[in-house]
Design a protein. Structure first.
Length: 731
């Protein structure tokens, strides 16, 4: 028997066993509690309904507006809003829920939540948490919506009446796919940024270390450059006086032996000083466009002698190699020094590989290397199979005097010299080495678009003097005295000055001077280049020779000699000074004589003979002024002249054309005039060959026997040329 609202008392009879009776009693008790709660709720509602109070129109309008706002929010919100009863059936389904989940409200109202799709199954855990008394629950899960994978941030909260009785559950679903994707992208971006910052930090640290190393080497370079300047002056004094003594002790063999040993020591000191200057980037360079592969081939015999039989030499020389603008002598010194270092790293023998090739250094490579610009380079690599170097040794390998060799086995200047040469030439050098895996040194030199030039050979021939007047300008009195004694021994009349200003006074005094021999670094306001310029203005036709143990920016710019500058580096031997001065004086006298002959001859030049009667002559002369004035004078004397500046260009001309005669200087860049004469005679046995020489010989050389040769001593003028041409025409 029970009492139900709206029904009143009623009887219910059932047949049940013990288990069923227990369940029925539990249900009855539950129904009794629910009826009591409902009576309480209804009583409260009836009491509120009985309470009457006047409501103003403003409050009513506010209430209606609030209800409309709430209704609009629930209806048009893009978020899905749902209401569930206590049995987890749908009571409310917003328009946002219909749009997001693809189910209309008519399809969902009254249906259990679990029947609405796979996404709903994940909400059971949250609903269970609310049933267990949790005040709210939030979660995020991945679901499939319209065939796409999406992320449904979900918030659940219980719905209660004023008495706190739970009536159901409110659900709020929000599509956070875009936000999740944005977060993922942000996370990926942060990771990439962190990696980039890490890489840039590492690159910056490497760049800072490289900069510190470059600054350290630069500071050492300034120090060694100054030391080398003073050292060269000392070597010049010692060497000059030793050579002066040699001439006075000809009859004493023991003394001569001691002097030779001392002079050899001076030469070793000069080489050390040269390496120091190269490292300090103060070495005067005379760059010209060269093909490195050709220089390596020409050094083959020298390298084999220097490395010995235990070292196998392999060369990998690229075809079509670009030219590079470098000093030929310094390049050969670098190759030799690096090869000797490689030999010392292979005491039991091994293989040395010399490789050349074209290379392009991009911005990615040069970004971490100070003072190296991206672009095209010529690469020279020297590799060995020796013991290699650990990283801490390789990091210091370019420092001067740093060496791992035993005391007395090395100076530690070979790699330093190569470093300075590379930097002064606008290039880059790098070491690749591992212990037990050998070492590779790669030298990168900037590409040149000029054609290859064969470098001139060193001056050779007899050591002769003369009677000309030379002005010596030197502030170091001991060096000055040694130079003056040397020149006087050679027969020259010598004037001296302690600085440029005193020298200028002598030049302007009216005394005739044939050659100005001045140190580059001079005290006082007047600099040596300005002294040379004023000397040429005061005495037209004067020859100028600079000397220095340390080059600054006076006659060297960008590490290269200024055009037209003749420089004799300290320390120099007596024969080097004698040959250079004789060469300059002869060339200057030649230019002066030819210029004077042209001035005298042009007003009285006879008509040229017919082309068929003219002597066709090939003129070979490397000095531009001598070549130009000689060509003009020979043309005035009736010759048809084709002029070239080298033996190689002369051979090309001889292969293309025929000439009646060839006039060649004995001293040419690359191949000498004697070599050219021999080759020209082989091509044209009947051609007449004239050899011009400042030493007065050449025609009688045994190598030229059987050829039709004449000798023309320098300096020659109009009369000598006219007599020569007459003799050639009659022969």
């Amino acid at each position: 028997m029970g009492v139900a609202p709206m029904l009143g008392r009623h009887w219910s009879l059932v047949a049940a066993d013990g288990v069923a009776l227990a369940a029925t009693l539990r249900q009855a008790l539950s129904a009794t509690r629910q009826r009591a709660q409902l009576r309480t709720t209804l009583a409260g509602a009836n009491a509120r309904l009985l309470e009457t109070r006047p409501v103003s129109s403003t409050e009513y309008q506010r209430l209606v507006a609030s209800e409309h706002h709430l209704s609009n929010f629930l209806r048009y919100s893009q978020e899905a809003v749902m209401g569930l009863d206590q049995d987890r059936r749908v009571l409310f389904w917003s328009q946002g829920a219909a749009s997001l989940l693809g189910l209309a409200g008519s399809e969902t109202l009254g249906r259990p939540l679990e029947q609405l799709g796979p996404w709903a199954a994940g909400l059971e855990a949250g609903l269970d948490e609310l049933d267990a008394g949790r005040p709210s629950f939030a979660m995020e899960q991945a679901v499939m919506l319209d065939g796409r994978e999406a992320a449904l941030e979900i918030a659940l909260s219980p719905t209660r009446d004023d008495a706190g009785m739970r009536l159901g559950t409110s659900l709020l679903l929000r599509d956070v796919t875009r936000r999740r994707q944005a977060q993922d992208r942000l996370r990926e971006t942060n990771l990439s940024l962190q990696q980039l910052v890490s890489e840039r930090t590492e690159e910056l640290e490497k760049s800072q270390l490289a900069l510190i190393q470059a600054q350290k080497l630069e500071a050492i370079g300034r120090l060694t450059g100054g030391v080398a300047h003073d050292f060269n002056n000392v070597l010049q004094i010692v060497g000059s006086n030793l050579q002066l003594l040699q001439g006075r002790l000809d009859a004493q063999p023991d003394a001569q032996r001691l002097l030779r040993a001392a002079l050899d020591a001076v030469d070793r000191g000069a080489r050390l000083s040269s390496q120091l200057l190269a490292f300090a980037r103060r070495q005067p360079l005379n760059p010209m466009p060269l093909n490195i592969s050709h220089r390596v081939r020409e050094m083959d015999e020298l390298l084999r002698r220097a490395l010995g039989e235990d070292i196998e030499i392999e060369t990998v020389l690229a075809a079509g190699l670009w030219t590079t603008l470098v000093d030929a002598n310094q390049l050969e010194n670098v190759i030799l020094n690096l090869s000797i270092n490689a030999r010392d790293a292979m005491p039991a023998g091994g293989r040395l590989t010399i490789e050349t090739g074209n290379a392009a250094l991009d911005e990615g490579y040069t970004a971490g290397v100070p003072d190296v610009a991206p672009g095209q380079y010529v690469m020279l690599a020297i590799s060995d199979t020796g013991h290699g170097m650990p990283p801490e040794v390789a990091a210091r390998a370019f420092e001067p005097f740093f060496t791992t060799k035993p005391e007395g086995k090395g100076t530690g200047l070979g790699l330093s010299m190569a470093y300075g040469f590379a930097k002064q030439s606008g290039g880059h050098i790098r070491i690749y080495s591992e212990p037990g895996a050998g070492t590779t040194i790669r030298l990168y030199l900037p590409r040149s678009h000029e054609k290859e030039v064969v470098p001139p050979r060193p001056l050779t021939g007899p050591v002769t003097g003369g009677s000309e007047t030379i002005l010596v300008v030197e502030d170091d009195l001991a060096v000055q005295a040694a130079v003056v004694n040397t020149l006087q021994t050679l027969g020259y009349h010598v004037l001296r000055a302690n600085d440029a200003q005193a020298a200028l006074s002598i030049l302007q005094s009216g005394v005739h001077i044939d050659l100005l021999f001045t140190d580059v670094v001079m005290p006082g306001p007047l600099r040596s280049p300005e002294l040379a310029r004023r000397a040429r203005q005061t005495i037209p036709g004067i020859a100028v020779l600079f000397t220095s143990g340390y080059t600054q920016n006076a006659v060297v710019h960008g590490g290269r000699l200024d055009p037209g500058v003749e420089l004799l580096s300290k320390p120099y031997r007596q024969e080097d000074l004698a040959r250079r001065i004789r060469h300059l004086l002869k060339n200057q006298q030649q230019v002066n004589l030819l210029a004077e002959a042209l001035r005298e001859r042009r007003p009285h030049a006879p008509e040229r003979p017919a082309r068929a009667q003219r002597l066709r002559l090939l003129l070979v002369e490397d000095q531009p002024e001598v070549r130009e004035t000689s060509r003009q004078l020979l043309e005035l004397l009736g010759c048809e002249v084709h002029d070239v500046a080298s033996a190689e260009a002369a051979l090309i001309a001889l292969q293309r054309d025929r000439f009646d005669a060839m006039l060649t200087d004995i001293t040419l860049p690359g191949r000498s005039g004697l070599d050219l004469a021999r080759d020209a005679g082989g091509l044209h046995p009947r051609m007449k060959i004239v050899i011009a020489s400042g030493y007065g010989g050449g025609a009688g050389s045994a190598a030229l026997q059987g050829l039709r040769t004449w000798s023309l001593p320098k300096p020659y003028g109009l009369a000598e040329l006219q007599a020569l041409l007459d003799e050639l025409k009659q022969s």
